[in-house]
Design a protein around this ligand. Structure first.
Ligand code: AMP
Length: 422
């Protein structure tokens, strides 16, 4: 038997209601905030991600699905490298630059939903193909936009009925502040290099901020005593984060400032945030995001400041399952047409069509089964109505309609079907 590749899974009809429930909530909330959907290909030129996420990150270093193809560009055979998208922000910025979505500083409020791919070690809540929903506000440096996307994220969480979650927040400052901090932190880490874990030793040299992400026990004491980014923030950076935090205070949003929060990817600046839930195991983060003022120029566009976040759908589903939020819809619905004639009369298909034209869910047997089996099938499907068409019904031009909930049976003439209240 051929199975799904490790770290991927089928979403079966028995669980699709969970996904559709989430998708509906996403559509509702993005609409409330006036965000528009953007869909991009699931693969991009490799450089979209390697130039933006950072060469020294796990995503680019170890986790990307990269494939090559020969192309005939300019009649010269050329090898091109593509990658399955590991995240959306870089792809979305590529698209915004390509289609000039933020021409003349035009604000764009965009959302997306779809599959993403990372070659990670699969475990509960961690897959190789997973799904994200995200929202991004382009072409504004204002802390108001940071608040808007955080609010959108919180609104969705509330809409789904998740009351217990943690919002962690930090500032990485502007480019200059971050460069200053990088130096300060790197020199501190170099002083303590002998006591760092192997991974952190490497990161201390190439990407010191990522050391703060380390979960390694050996590193914890060194991280706890490391200089904090706050000390390196210039006035502009301080003002930005103060504004965000004060607004969150005034809105009554609970948050924790976590000075170790750096969010792995290279492109973040100023505000970064993460959403965590105690309902999840070791993979307790179900969303995160931040501001990325330099990403557009990094990908060859003009400077366009922007901010956004992504949430993991599988992890949201895990939380909602723990909270027992998915109630199976066990209501009676739909109409089942039972064929009681020897041959299936054309009237069955015609009636199905009529009912569907009225916007009613209607189905019938496609296996030429016995009357008994058809009634059983109708019951299994929790049909609200069963319509029987047999020789008698054809002769008298009347349907026999049974309400499966109450058991009541009535005869309705063919002509009156249109006006019958199902
Ligand atoms: P990131 O793009 O790494 O900031 O991830 C944003 C969110 O996507 C996380 O908080 C997770 O909920 C989800 N996520 C990221 N990677 C995976 C994965 N491999 N499997 C399942 N969910 C993931």
């Amino acid at each position: 038997m051929i199975k799904t590749p490790r770290g991927t899974k089928d979403i079966l009809p028995s669980e699709i209601h969970k996904w559709q429930y989430l998708e509906q909530a996403i559509k509702k909330v993005t609409n409330l905030f006036s965000y528009q959907e953007l869909r991009t290909p699931i693969f991009e030129h490799l450089e979209v991600f390697s130039r933006s996420i950072g060469e020294q990150t796990d995503i680019v270093n170890k986790e990307m699905y990269v494939f090559e193809k020969m192309t005939n560009a300019d009649s010269n055979k050329k090898q091109e490298l593509f990658a399955l998208r590991p995240e959306m922000t870089a792809a979305l910025v590529r698209s915004a630059i390509e289609h000039n979505l933020s021409a003349q500083g035009q604000i764009q409020r965009l959302w997306y939903y779809g599959p993403f791919f990372r070659y990670e070690r699969p475990q509960a809540g961690r897959y190789r193909q997973f799904h994200q929903f995200g929202a991004e506000c382009l072409a504004t440096p204002s802390p108001t936009a940071d608040i808007e996307v955080i609010n959108l994220a919180i609104r969705l969480i509330q809409e789904l009925g998740i009351n217990k979650y943690e919002l962690l927040i930090n500032s990485l400052g502007n480019k200059e502040s971050r460069a200053n901090y990088r130096k300060t932190l790197q020199s501190y880490l170099m002083d303590n290099i002998d006591n760092l874990s192997v991974t952190s030793k490497e990161r201390a040299d190439k990407n010191p901020l990522r050391v703060l992400d380390s979960k390694d026990k050996e590193d914890q004491e060194i991280i706890a005593n490391a200089p904090k980014i706050k000390g390196s923030l210039d006035q502009e950076s301080q003002d930005h984060i103060s504004n965000v935090l004060e607004t969150l205070d005034s809105l009554g949003v609970n948050y924790t400032v976590d000075e170790k929060l750096v969010r792995g990817l290279d492109y973040y600046s100023h505000t970064v945030f993460e959403l965590r839930s105690t309902e999840l195991g070791s993979q307790d983060s179900f969303g995160g995001g931040g501001r990325y003022n330099e990403l557009f120029s990094q990908l060859g566009g003009k400077d366009v400041p922007a901010v956004g976040f992504a949430m993991g759908i599988e992890r949201l589903i895990m939380i909602l399952e723990k909270l027992d939020k998915f109630k199976q819809d066990d209501s009676y619905k739909g109409i089942y047409l039972v064929n009681a004639c020897k041959e299936k009369p054309a009237l069955i298909e015609k009636t199905l069509q009529k009912l569907r034209n009225k916007g009613l869910q209607a189905t019938s047997d496609v296996l030429d089964r016995s009357l008994k089996a058809q009634f059983k099938d109708s019951g299994k499907r929790m049909s609200k109505w069963t319509i029987v068409i047999g020789d008698d019904e054809l002769a008298t031009e009347q349907y026999q309609i049974k309400n499966m909930e109450s058991g009541e049976q009535i005869k309705v003439s063919f002509a009156e079907l249109d006006s019958f209240e199902f």
